[in-house]
Ligand binder design. Sequence first.
Ligand SMILES: Nc1ncnc2c1ncn2[C@@H]1O[C@H](COP(=O)(O)OP(=O)(O)O)[C@@H](O)[C@H]1O
Ligand SMILES: Cc1ncsc1CCOP(=O)(O)O
Ligand SMILES: [Mg+2]
Length: 271
Amino acid sequence: MSVAVSDLFFRVRESKPLVHQITNFVTVNDCANATLAIGGSPVMTSSPREVEDMVKLADALVLNFGTIDDKALEAMEIAGKMANSLNTPVILDPVGVGATSYRTEQVAELLKKVTFQIIRGNASEIHRLMGGDIVTRGVDSGELAISNAELAARAANKLNSVVVVSGAKDAVSDGKNTSIIDNGNPLLTSVTGTGCMATALIGTFSGVTDNFYAAAVAGISTMSISGELAAAKLQKDEGTGTFRVRLIDAISRIDKEIWINEVKLYEEVSN
Ligand SMILES: Nc1ncnc2c1ncn2[C@@H]1O[C@H](COP(=O)(O)OP(=O)(O)O)[C@@H](O)[C@H]1O
Ligand SMILES: Cc1ncsc1CCOP(=O)(O)O
Ligand SMILES: [Mg+2]
């Protein structure tokens, strides 16, 4: 598996997959730059009148719920259905699902209409996406009583997709096999868009392989390793602003050798 992942860095830079992203207005520029940094070609467009034509050109489609409105949802449905009909991978980032009933209801509707090859969210988002029926550690705690690995495996089975649960430890699962990535740095939680960028990277890798599990591992581990590399470069008197720039630097420099040296990847087989 790690061999399949490490080969994707060269493949992305060689073939520059076009990644169509219908995303939020907070982190759109960071997602475009993360896509470029890893070697892909981003296009961020969301008019319902244009997305069908754009997705015909694309190697992958990323749908991000960060700032959804009715028009964006219409575009997501049109683009998602077209991508499904062309066998172009579709990746979901259910930003903020569970926070409002609008988000929660609309993502459930989209899941009925569009097939997603990969879904990436934090534990809370993935938990709410699969119905939110897992017990939490206590009445005042939002913390789930199961690990990210177990959550990813359950969600993958329920949603019939490769699922990435990000956090202090990231987990990737297809429902049978589960991988844990123990890279990252807490500074990644102090900059907006690191989850969105991770999803953009996953989308970029999925544009060069039909091994969506490997694409998911490549994307999320690239973000977590880049967080470590960027934090290590921070100088005295530098903070989260510089960290954000250094993150893009790190993504642009990561390759097969760096990934093999830095990744802390554990594979679990469940069921
Ligand atoms: N506590 C943490 N320690 C180290 N890395 C983290 C931590 N929390 C999140 N990350 C990393 O930050 C990136 C974004 O993940 P996350 O914060 O879960 O996404 P989101 O921004 O969508 O909530 C991932 O690479 C993840 O591994
Ligand atoms: C702050 C914010 N508000 C709506 S979308 C968004 C960005 C969320 O980005 P991420 O999930 O990567 O932190
Ligand atoms: Mg997020």
